[in-house]
Write a protein that binds this ligand. Sequence first.
Ligand SMILES: C[S@@+](CC[C@H](N)C(=O)[O-])C[C@H]1O[C@@H](n2cnc3c(N)ncnc32)[C@H](O)[C@@H]1O
Length: 312
Amino acid sequence: MIMAMAPLIYHTPVMLAEVVEALKVSPGGRYVDATVGTGGHTQAILEGCFPSGTVLGIDLDPHALCVAGERLRPYGSCLNLVRDNFARIEEICLQYGFRPVDGVLFDLGMSSLQLEEGRRGFSFQDDEPLDMRFDPSQGLTAAHIVNEYPEERLAALLRRYGEERQSRRIARLVVAHRPVTTTGQLAKLVSQAGFFGRQRIHPATRTFQALRIAVNGELENLSRALEQSLSLLSPEGRLVVVSYHSLEDRIVKEFIRREVKGCLCPPGTPVCLCGHEPTLRLVFKGIVTPAEAERSGNPRSRSARMRVVERL
Ligand SMILES: C[S@@+](CC[C@H](N)C(=O)[O-])C[C@H]1O[C@@H](n2cnc3c(N)ncnc32)[C@H](O)[C@@H]1O
């Protein structure tokens, strides 16, 4: 059942026009929005393919789906919302008889709803329980990582997923102050852990990014979903990925680089042994970033990079 909620926080969709154009949204088309959030991109896609087109929308977050479901109710049966992990995108589409598709969108990371609705543990501006789960029914939380992982493992995680240079010092301080139960407490500890110089971002930004990635298995999910998307796209179908930090963009870039190439044998191999054929073609070489007006109007868009490819 879809419940009405107030106040509603809508995430401002990033590069909205660019995404719709990149997907080549057209009447009667069939699209997967793998990260519905509060439905901003989904709505624009529906507007472009309505009334004969259809969208399958996926999100892990039941609250986001509730907000999106309410907002997109006027599109009726043109939209199917599914609470699931996009790491299972192939199976989900199979289950709903939704393939081949004309486009798949991934708008990665978290939404403003998750950041601002409170008590989700994504924000260090407020003092919230250390949670950070997109899917509130999953077991692993940020509190578990922060309070249970051995110091070495915690430091490695901050280094790997946050590219945090002060990872060892932060891990040492956190372990010394256990239990650390709130975002405010953690942010304060991180700020005390070392010299962060005059950087533009809050000292805790990298730590929070690392924990969020680890809690939600974000990089693994992305790798799995990209591979599976290939089998969903019809010829000339578009894959559009908007990412917000270098770790996810690297995964997207490497995936695309591999799939636009033919043979993947090591250089110097006299005869191709891998038999790999290109599956994608680049629509844009490199990344597309938001226009200056969007960057200044929506600070969260500043780190966005979009990559667009087409199925051969
Ligand atoms: C940046 S927001 C998307 C915002 C959306 N485009 C809009 O216009 O409102 C990213 C969304 O992806 C969801 N998400 C992240 N990882 C996911 C996964 N593995 N499977 C499904 N949804 C995921 C998050 O819960 C979040 O709602």
